[in-house]
Design a protein around this ligand. Structure first.
Ligand code: ADP
Ligand code: MG
Length: 261
Protein backbone atom coordinates (compact mmCIF):
# COMPACT_ATOMS: atom_id res chain seq x y z
CA UNK A 1 0.00 0.00 0.00
CA UNK A 2 1.32 3.42 -0.97
CA UNK A 3 0.71 6.57 1.06
CA UNK A 4 0.97 10.05 -0.40
CA UNK A 5 0.45 13.34 1.42
CA UNK A 6 0.12 16.45 -0.74
CA UNK A 7 0.50 20.02 0.52
CA UNK A 8 -1.07 19.34 3.91
CA UNK A 9 -2.07 22.38 5.98
CA UNK A 10 -3.64 22.31 9.42
CA UNK A 11 -4.46 24.87 12.13
CA UNK A 12 -5.79 24.40 15.66
CA UNK A 13 -8.25 27.30 15.98
CA UNK A 14 -6.38 30.33 14.66
CA UNK A 15 -2.80 29.14 14.90
CA UNK A 16 -1.33 27.36 11.94
CA UNK A 17 0.50 24.23 13.10
CA UNK A 18 1.63 22.49 9.94
CA UNK A 19 2.18 24.03 6.55
CA UNK A 20 2.61 22.57 3.12
CA UNK A 21 3.70 19.08 4.17
CA UNK A 22 4.40 16.74 1.25
CA UNK A 23 5.55 13.20 1.84
CA UNK A 24 5.19 9.73 0.44
CA UNK A 25 5.77 6.19 1.63
CA UNK A 26 6.20 3.54 -1.02
CA UNK A 27 4.81 0.04 -0.71
CA UNK A 28 6.78 -1.82 1.97
CA UNK A 29 8.89 1.18 2.90
CA UNK A 30 9.65 2.05 6.55
CA UNK A 31 9.71 5.83 6.86
CA UNK A 32 10.31 7.92 9.97
CA UNK A 33 9.21 11.41 10.96
CA UNK A 34 11.59 13.14 13.33
CA UNK A 35 11.74 16.63 14.78
CA UNK A 36 11.73 18.46 18.11
CA UNK A 37 8.81 18.49 20.58
CA UNK A 38 5.94 20.48 19.16
CA UNK A 39 7.25 20.42 15.58
CA UNK A 40 3.99 18.87 14.33
CA UNK A 41 4.75 15.13 14.04
CA UNK A 42 1.58 13.98 15.83
CA UNK A 43 -0.52 16.57 13.99
CA UNK A 44 0.69 15.29 10.61
CA UNK A 45 -0.08 11.69 11.60
CA UNK A 46 -3.52 12.60 13.00
CA UNK A 47 -4.38 14.31 9.71
CA UNK A 48 -3.43 11.09 7.94
CA UNK A 49 -5.36 8.78 10.25
CA UNK A 50 -8.41 11.02 10.18
CA UNK A 51 -8.59 12.22 13.78
CA UNK A 52 -8.07 15.72 12.35
CA UNK A 53 -9.35 17.07 9.08
CA UNK A 54 -6.82 18.95 6.93
CA UNK A 55 -7.49 22.61 6.11
CA UNK A 56 -5.77 22.06 2.79
CA UNK A 57 -4.07 19.35 0.80
CA UNK A 58 -4.82 15.68 0.38
CA UNK A 59 -4.00 12.26 1.80
CA UNK A 60 -4.02 9.46 -0.77
CA UNK A 61 -3.92 5.72 -0.19
CA UNK A 62 -2.99 3.94 -3.39
CA UNK A 63 -4.16 7.09 -5.17
CA UNK A 64 -7.56 7.25 -3.41
CA UNK A 65 -8.44 10.22 -1.19
CA UNK A 66 -9.00 8.89 2.35
CA UNK A 67 -11.81 11.35 3.03
CA UNK A 68 -13.78 9.68 0.25
CA UNK A 69 -13.30 6.24 1.84
CA UNK A 70 -15.59 4.84 4.58
CA UNK A 71 -14.06 4.78 8.07
CA UNK A 72 -14.51 1.02 8.13
CA UNK A 73 -12.50 0.68 4.92
CA UNK A 74 -9.70 2.87 6.24
CA UNK A 75 -9.63 0.80 9.47
CA UNK A 76 -9.28 -2.36 7.40
CA UNK A 77 -6.23 -1.01 5.55
CA UNK A 78 -4.63 1.35 8.10
CA UNK A 79 -3.45 0.40 11.59
CA UNK A 80 -2.72 3.13 14.10
CA UNK A 81 -0.73 3.35 17.32
CA UNK A 82 -1.34 6.85 18.63
CA UNK A 83 0.76 8.76 21.13
CA UNK A 84 -1.90 8.65 23.84
CA UNK A 85 -3.96 5.50 23.94
CA UNK A 86 -6.85 5.94 26.31
CA UNK A 87 -9.25 3.06 26.59
CA UNK A 88 -12.52 4.36 28.03
CA UNK A 89 -13.70 1.20 29.82
CA UNK A 90 -11.97 -1.45 31.78
CA UNK A 91 -11.42 -4.19 29.22
CA UNK A 92 -9.25 -7.24 29.57
CA UNK A 93 -6.02 -7.29 27.57
CA UNK A 94 -7.25 -10.04 25.23
CA UNK A 95 -10.50 -8.16 24.59
CA UNK A 96 -8.62 -5.07 23.48
CA UNK A 97 -6.39 -7.10 21.17
CA UNK A 98 -9.49 -8.85 19.74
CA UNK A 99 -10.88 -5.39 18.83
CA UNK A 100 -8.19 -5.31 16.16
CA UNK A 101 -10.25 -7.89 14.25
CA UNK A 102 -13.44 -5.81 14.14
CA UNK A 103 -12.73 -3.86 10.90
CA UNK A 104 -12.63 -7.22 9.13
CA UNK A 105 -16.01 -8.36 10.48
CA UNK A 106 -19.69 -7.47 10.49
CA UNK A 107 -21.16 -5.99 13.66
CA UNK A 108 -22.43 -9.15 15.38
CA UNK A 109 -20.07 -11.68 13.82
CA UNK A 110 -18.63 -14.04 16.43
CA UNK A 111 -14.87 -14.54 16.63
CA UNK A 112 -13.77 -17.38 14.39
CA UNK A 113 -11.01 -19.86 15.16
CA UNK A 114 -8.76 -17.88 12.80
CA UNK A 115 -9.52 -14.65 14.73
CA UNK A 116 -8.63 -16.33 18.03
CA UNK A 117 -5.37 -17.61 16.59
CA UNK A 118 -4.45 -14.17 15.26
CA UNK A 119 -5.14 -12.63 18.69
CA UNK A 120 -3.12 -15.35 20.45
CA UNK A 121 -0.19 -14.77 18.06
CA UNK A 122 -0.30 -11.01 18.64
CA UNK A 123 -0.31 -11.52 22.43
CA UNK A 124 2.63 -13.91 22.20
CA UNK A 125 4.67 -11.71 19.85
CA UNK A 126 4.34 -8.72 22.17
CA UNK A 127 5.08 -10.72 25.32
CA UNK A 128 1.57 -10.15 26.69
CA UNK A 129 0.40 -13.78 26.65
CA UNK A 130 0.52 -14.21 30.42
CA UNK A 131 -1.33 -10.96 31.00
CA UNK A 132 -4.16 -11.77 28.58
CA UNK A 133 -6.81 -11.95 31.32
CA UNK A 134 -5.59 -8.87 33.19
CA UNK A 135 -7.43 -5.60 33.24
CA UNK A 136 -5.91 -3.01 30.89
CA UNK A 137 -6.20 -0.21 33.43
CA UNK A 138 -4.01 -2.10 35.88
CA UNK A 139 -1.07 -2.34 33.49
CA UNK A 140 2.07 -0.22 33.49
CA UNK A 141 2.59 2.35 30.72
CA UNK A 142 4.90 0.00 28.83
CA UNK A 143 2.52 -2.96 29.13
CA UNK A 144 -0.35 -0.81 27.87
CA UNK A 145 1.73 0.21 24.89
CA UNK A 146 2.44 -3.44 24.08
CA UNK A 147 -1.30 -4.20 24.20
CA UNK A 148 -1.96 -1.41 21.70
CA UNK A 149 0.79 -2.77 19.45
CA UNK A 150 -0.72 -6.28 19.81
CA UNK A 151 -4.09 -4.86 18.73
CA UNK A 152 -2.59 -3.27 15.62
CA UNK A 153 -0.82 -6.55 14.79
CA UNK A 154 -4.17 -8.40 15.09
CA UNK A 155 -5.65 -5.83 12.69
CA UNK A 156 -3.30 -7.16 9.98
CA UNK A 157 -3.20 -4.03 7.84
CA UNK A 158 -0.88 -3.19 4.98
CA UNK A 159 -0.17 0.28 6.34
CA UNK A 160 0.90 1.21 9.87
CA UNK A 161 0.92 4.74 11.28
CA UNK A 162 2.83 4.85 14.53
CA UNK A 163 3.27 7.83 16.83
CA UNK A 164 6.27 7.21 19.06
CA UNK A 165 5.06 3.63 19.49
CA UNK A 166 7.77 2.57 21.92
CA UNK A 167 8.24 5.69 24.07
CA UNK A 168 7.17 3.83 27.24
CA UNK A 169 9.18 0.69 26.55
CA UNK A 170 12.52 -0.44 27.93
CA UNK A 171 15.28 -1.05 25.42
CA UNK A 172 14.56 -4.80 25.20
CA UNK A 173 10.95 -4.22 24.14
CA UNK A 174 11.82 -1.21 21.97
CA UNK A 175 14.05 -3.39 19.83
CA UNK A 176 11.65 -6.35 19.96
CA UNK A 177 8.73 -4.20 18.78
CA UNK A 178 10.69 -2.50 16.00
CA UNK A 179 12.10 -5.87 14.86
CA UNK A 180 8.59 -7.27 14.85
CA UNK A 181 7.11 -4.35 12.88
CA UNK A 182 10.02 -4.28 10.44
CA UNK A 183 9.62 -8.03 9.93
CA UNK A 184 6.01 -7.60 8.82
CA UNK A 185 7.27 -5.98 5.61
CA UNK A 186 4.26 -3.65 5.47
CA UNK A 187 4.28 0.08 4.70
CA UNK A 188 5.16 2.06 7.82
CA UNK A 189 5.16 5.75 8.68
CA UNK A 190 6.32 6.34 12.26
CA UNK A 191 7.13 9.37 14.38
CA UNK A 192 10.27 8.31 16.22
CA UNK A 193 11.78 10.13 19.15
CA UNK A 194 15.04 8.23 19.39
CA UNK A 195 17.30 9.14 16.47
CA UNK A 196 19.53 6.07 16.86
CA UNK A 197 16.47 3.82 16.64
CA UNK A 198 15.27 5.80 13.61
CA UNK A 199 18.67 5.28 11.98
CA UNK A 200 18.54 1.53 12.62
CA UNK A 201 15.09 0.86 11.19
CA UNK A 202 14.10 3.58 8.74
CA UNK A 203 14.70 3.52 4.99
CA UNK A 204 14.08 7.27 4.83
CA UNK A 205 13.37 10.14 7.22
CA UNK A 206 11.37 13.35 7.10
CA UNK A 207 12.47 16.11 9.46
CA UNK A 208 9.90 18.57 10.77
CA UNK A 209 10.72 21.88 12.35
CA UNK A 210 8.06 24.39 13.45
CA UNK A 211 5.40 22.72 11.33
CA UNK A 212 7.37 22.69 8.09
CA UNK A 213 9.36 20.06 6.31
CA UNK A 214 12.99 20.87 6.97
CA UNK A 215 14.70 18.01 5.13
CA UNK A 216 14.17 14.48 3.88
CA UNK A 217 16.43 11.66 2.82
CA UNK A 218 18.14 8.52 4.04
CA UNK A 219 19.31 8.45 7.68
CA UNK A 220 22.89 8.87 6.42
CA UNK A 221 21.94 12.00 4.49
CA UNK A 222 19.82 13.45 7.27
CA UNK A 223 21.45 12.66 10.59
CA UNK A 224 24.48 14.92 10.28
CA UNK A 225 26.04 16.95 13.11
CA UNK A 226 25.02 20.18 11.38
CA UNK A 227 21.38 19.14 11.03
CA UNK A 228 21.27 18.22 14.70
CA UNK A 229 22.59 21.64 15.60
CA UNK A 230 20.14 23.41 13.27
CA UNK A 231 17.06 21.40 14.19
CA UNK A 232 17.63 20.35 17.80
CA UNK A 233 20.20 22.94 18.93
CA UNK A 234 22.59 20.27 20.19
CA UNK A 235 26.04 18.99 19.39
CA UNK A 236 26.57 15.41 18.36
CA UNK A 237 29.19 13.17 16.87
CA UNK A 238 28.05 10.82 14.11
CA UNK A 239 29.74 7.70 12.79
CA UNK A 240 28.75 4.82 10.57
CA UNK A 241 28.79 1.97 13.03
CA UNK A 242 31.07 -0.88 11.91
CA UNK A 243 28.63 -3.61 12.97
CA UNK A 244 25.26 -2.17 11.95
CA UNK A 245 26.58 -0.18 8.98
CA UNK A 246 24.07 2.46 10.08
CA UNK A 247 24.40 5.94 11.49
CA UNK A 248 25.21 5.97 15.19
CA UNK A 249 24.90 9.22 17.12
CA UNK A 250 26.68 10.22 20.29
CA UNK A 251 25.28 13.32 21.99
CA UNK A 252 27.87 15.65 23.43
CA UNK A 253 27.36 17.38 26.76
CA UNK A 254 28.47 20.97 27.04
CA UNK A 255 31.66 19.99 28.87
CA UNK A 256 32.84 17.93 25.90
CA UNK A 257 31.60 20.25 23.20
CA UNK A 258 34.65 22.51 23.30
CA UNK A 259 37.05 19.60 23.11
CA UNK A 260 35.22 18.22 20.09
CA UNK A 261 34.82 21.37 18.00
P1 ADP B 1 4.94 16.83 18.09
O1 ADP B 1 4.14 15.56 17.94
O2 ADP B 1 5.97 17.02 17.03
O3 ADP B 1 5.55 16.98 19.45
P2 ADP B 1 2.33 18.12 17.88
O4 ADP B 1 1.86 17.80 16.52
O5 ADP B 1 1.75 17.36 19.01
O6 ADP B 1 3.93 18.07 17.90
O7 ADP B 1 2.08 19.65 18.16
C1 ADP B 1 2.39 20.67 17.23
C2 ADP B 1 1.94 22.00 17.77
O8 ADP B 1 0.52 22.03 17.86
C3 ADP B 1 2.46 22.32 19.16
O9 ADP B 1 2.81 23.67 19.20
C4 ADP B 1 1.29 22.04 20.05
O10 ADP B 1 1.31 22.84 21.20
C5 ADP B 1 0.10 22.36 19.18
N1 ADP B 1 -1.07 21.54 19.51
C6 ADP B 1 -1.12 20.20 19.59
N2 ADP B 1 -2.35 19.76 19.91
C7 ADP B 1 -3.11 20.87 20.05
C8 ADP B 1 -4.51 21.09 20.37
N3 ADP B 1 -5.35 20.10 20.60
N4 ADP B 1 -4.93 22.38 20.42
C9 ADP B 1 -4.09 23.41 20.15
N5 ADP B 1 -2.78 23.27 19.85
C10 ADP B 1 -2.30 22.02 19.79
MG1 MG C 1 3.84 13.96 19.20
Amino acid sequence: MKLKVENLDFSYAESSVIQDICLHVENGEFVGIIGPNGSGKSTVLKNIYRVLKPDGGAVLLDGENIFKMSSKKTAAVMGVVGQENTIPFDFKVEEIVAMGRSPHKKLFDADTKADREIVADALRETGMEEMAKKSYLQLSGGEKQRVIIARVLAQQTNLLLLDEPTNHLDIHYQLQMFDLIKGLGVTVLAAIHDLNIAALYCDRLYVLKEGRLWASGTPEEILTPSLMTEVYGIHADVIIHPVTNKVSITYLPKSLKERWT
